[in-house]
Design a protein around this ligand. Structure first.
Ligand code: AMP
Length: 395
């Protein structure tokens, strides 16, 4: 795997695909600069080597040129985060860019306009990728968030660099973290799968079931398993067309000596509301008119025991409706157990959508080993898919 450390960027122009798809408010101010901060180590390493950086990214989903999606809105923020003045060019291909690139000196940074102002970016157009490729001596991909897309700037472009291409430090870290969990893991390995539905997690289950020792199930998908096993789930979320699948998963786990841990108790509510009446009952004894919206205390204790004995932990998906205070306890207790196990030497990776939001919301981000920056890209990696953006650098 080629990384930044395989190159000396002195007097080199690095063309870096970053993921600066950051949220903006109505005044076009950046409200969360996490993605810019995540790209900083790569950019700084190149500047410190004596190189210069040409940054390219997408922002939002523009249909052609739309000013609200212009990357000029984020120039100040990027400058502030990097601590180096960033020059903006109002295009990503063409004469203006050619001039700015030829004037770029050691230690300087250029930010190109939104790649998605051109439909060719998303369609993975080869000629467009070739035009972009002219801007750098070395291509660096540091955009994990788009690594699962075969777009011009994320994958197609790599063919124009032969050997002068590598992963940025963020993307390298993402790849190493996934590898540490799925392929080079210290045992016992525990995967926690929460969230709403079995159907959206089945790809992950199939890929990991032979690789991990324990699978902890939580969230809405619990009830498809409980119903399949003959339990009473009241009005809880269920996928009736996935009952057989749930039984197949349990059987396959048995064959692979993988232990599946289902919640034993649930916090149930008489409405999908933070102010609903609640009680705690066994997961398979939920009365009609009530729905399970969080795991109960016995479950939290049981899960914490499994996690305390784990050396590698993967967490994807909340254990309950964590957005509502009344049903967030199971998810925070789980976060505490993971934090504790991490403190005692386990490697913990949190990845994919809502678990990342939960980790940030409850302050666990610096108490776990790694929090992934890519939702869809992380899910596809956990499903065992080869991501085009990664493949293009490797081959
Ligand atoms: P996912 O995107 O599949 O990881 O699902 C995350 C969503 O699942 C969050 O918005 C949670 O509120 C929701 N969720 C978790 N537990 C439950 C539950 N018991 N019933 C309904 N929704 C749930």
């Amino acid at each position: 795997m080629k990384t930044l450390n395989d190159f000396n960027f002195e007097n080199k122009k690095a063309l870096i695909r970053v993921d600066f798809n950051v949220p903006l408010n109505d005044a076009f101010e950046v409200t969360d600069a996490t993605r810019i901060e995540a790209a900083k180590p790569t950019i700084i390493k190149i500047l410190e080597d004596g190189g210069s950086c040409i940054l390219m990214s997408h922002l939002g989903r523009p249909k052609g040129v739309e000013d609200q999606f212009s990357l000029r809105h984020i120039v100040e923020k990027v400058t502030e985060v990097l601590g180096v003045r960033v020059t903006f060019v109002e295009d990503c291909v063409g004469d203006k860019v050619a001039e700015a690139v030829s004037n770029l000196k050691q230690g300087e940074i250029l930010l190109l306009e939104n790649l998605r102002f051109y439909g060719e970016e998303k369609s993975g157009d080869t000629a467009f990728a070739e035009q972009l490729s002219k801007w750098g001596d070395v291509y660096v991909n540091d955009a994990f968030g788009t690594a699962h897309r075969a777009h011009a700037s994320t994958a197609v472009i790599a063919q124009f660099f032969e050997n002068d291409k590598c992963f940025g430090s963020l993307l390298a870290q993402e790849i190493e973290s996934i590898d540490k969990v799925l392929n080079n893991s210290e045992k016992p390995v525990t995967a926690i799968l929460g969230g709403a539905k079995v159907s959206s997690k089945i790809g992950i289950v199939e890929n990991i079931i032979e690789k991990v020792d324990h699978i902890i199930i939580g969230g809405g998908m619990t009830f498809t398993f409980v119903k399949a096993l003959g339990g009473k789930i009241g009005n809880s979320l269920v996928e009736d067309d996935k009952l057989d699948l749930a039984l197949e998963i349990l059987e396959k786990a048995k064959q692979n000596n993988t232990q599946i841990h289902l919640p034993v108790d649930a916090v149930i509510a008489d409405a999908f509301s933070n102010d609903a009446n609640t009680q705690t009952v066994d997961t398979n004894e939920i009365p009609e008119g009530w729905m399970g919206l969080d795991v109960g205390p016995k479950t939290s204790e049981k899960f914490a025991e499994v996690l305390a004995a784990s050396k590698t932990i993967l967490w994807n998906g909340p254990l309950g409706v964590f957005e509502m205070d009344s049903f967030s306890k199971g998810t925070t207790e789980l976060g505490n157990a993971i934090a504790e196990s991490t403190k005692n030497g386990a490697f913990s990776l949190v990845g994919g959508g809502d678990s990342v939001a939960a980790v940030k919301q409850f302050g666990f981000a610096d108490k776990v080993s790694y929090v992934s920056t890519g939702g869809g890209a992380m899910l596809e990696s956990l499903e065992g898919k080869v991501l085009p953006g990664i493949d293009a650098i490797l081959n």
